[in-house]
Design a protein around this ligand. Structure first.
Ligand code: FAD
Length: 255
């Protein structure tokens, strides 16, 4: 199962006009508050460990409390020069504001909200940076699910392009205003310019030699950690689908 979501259904998103032109069917799964709510509450129902449905009113109220807690963590961020985890900041906020603490089922719902945040960043809350978690530029328009996936988009974009699959690049060198890309088997491709879009993990592992990648960028790669996560969700709403994603995400290391 591959990519199916359009993150940010707005004109600013360069994929939006193409999707419109292809007439692909999109389903709205969430509004603008994407980091905290990748799926709107109306499209999911919570159940406790005994299989009893959690009242939607409680889910909404605890959601509001969670927002207040996060708002309070902004003060913690201002007060502390050094970075800390979101989890640590939440704990400070709950010490200061006992009225925001939740008990019993409400507390389980609060933990679920924290889990949703963790699933967005694909790390535990004790690894999410308080200073950076909300610094990402997120396109407006919320999330839309393309029922046919990205397949048709890839096919349209790649039409008439000369694509060489199964060519593992081993070296990229620049000199005399030409780029030489060497693949396994020592075959060379020569061009005026090259756009290198291999994942950072490839650069970090030095799998491609190149005089085009500045030392500063290699050092930057060292600051990033690579995480492989299995993300699993079951949704039973207006339509049913079972979605298992294997995500590889990069996040800044915390000090
Ligand atoms: C299961 C899954 C579901 C996802 N769902 C969504 C979604 O719904 N919506 C969304 O917007 N995003 C989704 N994503 C994220 C999205 O797929 C990635 O953000 C996107 O593919 C990144 O594109 P990229 O070109 O940077 O890297 P990649 O797509 O990883 O492309 C890098 C390419 O470099 C190639 N490569 C590596 N080393 C070499 C080498 N030495 N020589 C030649 N080639 C090399 C790799 O084979 C690969 O083809 C999903 C990701 C996963 C894993």
């Amino acid at each position: 199962m591959g990519a199916s979501w359009l993150h940010g259904a707005c004109n600013e998103n360069p994929l939006a006009p193409l999707i419109c032109r292809l007439g692909l069917t999109l389903y709205r799964t969430s509004g603008d508050d994407s980091v905290l709510y990748d799926h709107d509450l109306e499209s999911c129902t919570l159940f406790d460990m005994d299989g009893h449905q959690v009242p939607q009113k409680m889910v909404i109220e605890v959601g509001e409390t969670f927002k207040k807690i996060l708002k309070e963590t902004e003060n913690v961020r201002i007060e502390h020069h050094d970075d800390m985890s979101v989890l640590q900041a939440i704990s400070i906020v709950l010490d200061r504001h006992p009225e925001l603490r939740q008990e019993g089922l409400s507390n389980e719902v609060l933990q679920w909200y924290i889990c949703r945040m963790e699933s967005w960043f694909v790390v535990d809350a004790d690894m999410i940076s308080l200073k950076s978690w909300d610094q990402e530029h997120i396109l407006s328009g919320g999330q839309r699910l393309m029922i046919q996936g990205y397949d048709l988009i890839i096919k349209t974009l790649s039409k008439d392009l000369n694509i060489h699959l199964n060519h593992r690049v081993t070296n990229i060198s620049y000199g005399c205003k030409k780029v030489v890309v060497t693949v396994e088997g020592e075959r060379n491709f020569v061009a005026d310019a090259a756009i290198i879009t291999v994942p950072i993990g490839i650069l970090k592992a030095n799998l491609i030699e190149s005089n085009m990648i500045p030392a500063s960028m290699r050092e930057l790669c060292e600051l990033l950690i690579l995480i492989t996560v299995v993300y699993c969700s079951i949704h039973l709403c207006t339509f049913s689908y079972f979605n298992i994603n294997f995500y590889v995400h990069f996040i800044p290391k915390m000090n």
